[in-house]
Design a protein around this ligand. Structure first.
Ligand code: NAD
Length: 393
């Protein structure tokens, strides 16, 4: 790891430039002040989204993908995806073309952030969501298209399955390879970070050969590859008198709909979650709401070689260019990026500064309107307040 890595950065659409510029300044300052000026990030602006379409006629230019492949760690702001026809989500395309198979979302509460639940501090999760398969694989055909008609015909004549002729058709592929590498990453993370459990989330009672298989493959990874570091919740009850053996991560599973209840009712019983693509998407937004919403929730898209960090929220076009929205989610995506680079000191410094500024009630409008006695600041001024902390102001 050089002291001055080149990191590609996509500003993004809508509020993207506002939050990305704020995050970039705060991340750079954390790196420089924590290393006494020895380290710095050389940001490399790469285009994607609406600006790229306007300038180069391409939403995701080849050189942008090449730069991320070359420099392996990158940061991005949100990108707009029009609903319905037109193009597929750029985020989904980025995850698939760069094989960023694990969408990682740490969800924890920052003291002072308004929350709709009584004890937001009881939730402290890391969600590992599979990001290349499931119904998000993009294998679907429009109602009435020749492909949809042909699929319906094949289903009827070769599989004796009747589907209404006016149906759109989508496929839900979930492979052993794709599921196991996701669960492997979740368990490895839990083992390395001293986490207590990994919960396999699935809807296997209904979709046996996809979601049910995800559960089974997950237990197999634990048994075959982490036998000396894990224990299943069944084994804890059967062979260990209900007490988790020292140094073991508990592997358990919960059905997806129940998981939503569990996160509200018994949040402290969950730690690391490994989920298929669709349920992980729903769950992570719901869990983010519990700790204060999308404005504070970061994510990472991680493959075997490449990692791309981002805020979970979208491009909120109505606030574009107003210097108004909350850059916390993208700054915390920067914290994840610094941890990934192995710059733990800068990561801790940045996260603690965010916490301190919010605890001092210096916040953007989204939090200010829910907090008593808050001082409302714009996006750039929030970043300034963080940077001032590094200089002891
Ligand atoms: P959104 O997250 O952009 O905005 C929903 C609402 O959340 C906003 O109106 C705003 O009130 C609030 N909000 C979002 N970010 C905030 C912030 N940083 N600070 C304060 N408030 C914030 O969701 P949307 O309106 O459903 O989507 C808009 C566009 O973004 C769509 O094109 C969508 O496809 C895209 N999107 C992109 C990503 C991504 O790039 N990863 C993720 C989600 C949505």
């Amino acid at each position: 790891m050089p002291d001055d890595p080149i990191i590609p950065i996509i500003e993004g659409d809508g509020i993207g430039p506002d939050v990305t510029r704020a995050a970039r300044r705060a991340i750079s300052a954390a790196v420089e002040t924590s290393s006494g000026g020895r380290r710095r990030i050389v940001w490399f602006d790469v285009p994607a989204g609406e600006t790229a379409l306007f300038r180069y006629g391409d939403l995701l230019p080849g050189p942008t993908k090449d730069a991320i492949r070359e420099y392996v760690v990158a940061l991005k702001g949100p990108l707009t995806t029009p609903v319905g026809g037109g193009f597929r989500s750029l985020n989904v395309t980025l995850r698939q073309t760069l094989d960023l198979y694990a969408n990682v979302r740490p969800i924890y509460w920052l003291p002072g952030v308004p929350s709709p639940v009584t004890h937001p501090e009881r939730l402290n999760l890391v969600i590992f969501r599979e990001a290349t398969e499931d119904v998000y694989a993009g294998i679907e055909w429009e109602r009435g298209s020749p492909e949809a008609k042909r699929m319906i015909d094949v289903l009827e004549h070769q599989f004796n399955v009747r589907v209404r002729p006016d149906s759109g058709i989508g496929l839900k592929p979930m492979s052993e390879f794709g599921s196991k590498r996701l669960v492997r990453r979740a368990i490895r993370y839990a083992v390395d970070h001293g986490r207590r459990s990994v919960t396999l989330v699935h809807k296997g009672n209904i979709m046996k050969y996809t979601e049910g298989a995800f559960r089974q493959w997950g237990y197999e990874v634990a048994r075959d590859e982490f036998a000396d570091r894990t224990v299943t919740s069944d084994e804890v009850l059967r062979s260990h008198g209900g007490k988790v053996p020292e140094g073991r991560v508990v592997i358990k599973d919960v059905i997806a709909d129940n998981m939503f209840q569990q996160l509200l009712l018994r949040p402290d019983e969950y730690d690391v979650l490994a989920t298929p693509n669709l349920s992980g998407d729903f769950l992570s937004d719901a869990a983010a709401a519990q700790v204060g919403g999308l404005g504070v929730a970061p994510g990472g898209n991680i493959g075997d070689a490449i990692a791309l960090f981002e805020p979970i929220h979208g491009s909120a076009p109505k606030y574009a260019g107003m210097d108004k929205v909350n850059p916390t989610a993208e700054i915390l995506a920067g914290v994840m990026m610094l941890e990934h680079l192995g710059w733990e000191d800068a990561a801790v410094r940045l996260r603690e500064a965010v916490k301190a500024v919010i605890a001092a009630k210096v916040v953007t409008y989204d939090l200010a309107r829910q907090m008593e006695g808050a001082r409302e600041v714009g996006t750039a001024a929030f970043a300034d307040a963080i940077i001032e902390r590094f200089h002891g102001a």
